[in-house]
Design a binder for this molecule. Structure first.
Ligand code: RIB
Ligand code: CA
Length: 308
């Protein structure tokens, strides 16, 4: 089993990723840490607990983390995810409590006390970077950081140059990408190939379960923005790619390259500059994913979500 901490800003796609993790025997979720991103922290911390209760897992430890980026004003994405962050489905308020203590302290304490922990950031990297800055000793203890973020050939989704998670907190991303911890990056180049379809959404509804109904409602809402923006036939399920990679890395392919983060230029803030063709001698710090087996990815999702 892979011991993981999910760091997240739910967000419909984050929510599907959390459900996939909680439904998969290969994954031991040590805790989930909420970060400000798609919507403010109060909502991401609330939505994380809504999803855990939907999965029948009120036992999962959920912590609230950083409520704003390192040195930047928070940029949110209600235009994509709706005002609640989980638009598309009406949810009752969660009854499970937040854990006492800050998410960053949970991340530090867990990595110091537990071997081979994998971090799975699905939102801005503020919590992760703050933990690395406050406790540099954890960088070499982390087994791997498998994150959703960035773009190369696919360019940006929040600006012409940057993907949202990196754009919101480029300083945090710079810290993480320079940490020396092994990185696997699921960029838009990959996630824009993992598009939902009307047929798959109907498969979710046909489960006839609260989880199936929620996933169908979320993705129905979530995809309206991308279909209008890209003219695509469905919405990219960004964050579930991270968990799917943990479960079965053979689903995806990529290249080990150097990736650095633009933090200075207002025009290209948050751009992930991937040395895809090896034109520099910069250290190769990330497995940058670009390809994937869409059919197997959605089969995995359908099978696992069907068990909840
Ligand atoms: O750019 C896509 C990413 O930004 C996803 O993680 C989505 O949930 C938002 O956080
Ligand atoms: Ca996210």
């Amino acid at each position: 089993m892979r011991k993981i901490i999910i760091d997240t800003d739910p967000g419909q796609d984050d929510a599907v990723a959390i459900l996939l993790a909680l439904a998969s025997p290969e994954v031991d979720v040590l805790g989930i840490t909420a970060v400000a991103g798609n919507v403010p922290l109060e909502l991401t911390a609330k939505n994380t607990r809504i999803v855990c209760e939907l999965a029948g897992r009120p036992d999962v430890k959920v912590f609230a983390g950083c409520d704003r980026p390192i040195g930047r004003t928070l940029v949110t994405a209600e235009h994509v995810h709706g005002q609640t962050g989980l638009n598309g489905v009406e949810h009752p308020d969660p009854t499970m409590p937040l854990q006492e203590g800050h998410a960053v302290d949970f991340i530090i304490d867990t990595i110091r006390s537990t071997d081979d922990v994998t971090l799975c950031p699905l939102g801005p990297l503020t919590n992760i970077a703050t933990a690395l800055e406050r406790a540099p000793d954890i960088a070499e203890r982390i087994k791997e950081i498998v994150l959703m973020g960035g773009a190369y050939f696919e360019v940006g989704n929040i600006t012409p140059a940057a993907e949202f998670n990196i754009y919101v907190d480029p300083e945090a991303a710079d810290i993480v990408f320079k940490s020396g911890t092994p990185l696997v990056v699921a960029p838009l180049d990959l996630t824009h190939k993992m598009l939902t379809s009307a047929e798959w959404i109907e498969t979710m509804r046909a489960l006839g379960t609260p989880v199936g109904d929620a996933v169908a409602g979320w993705t129905d809402f979530f995809e309206r923005f991308d279909v209008a923006k890209y003219g695509s036939a469905g919405a990219p399920l960004h964050d579930p790619c991270v968990i799917a990679h943990i479960i079965d890395p053979s689903l995806f392919s990529g290249r080990h390259v150097n990736v650095e983060i633009e933090t200075e230029s207002p025009l290209t803030r948050g751009m992930t500059v991937a040395d895809w063709w090896g034109v520099t001698d910069r250290a190769k710090n990330a497995l940058f994913l670009g390809g994937g087996d869409r059919a197997r990815f959605f089969d995995l999702l359908t099978t696992r979500l069907g068990t909840l």
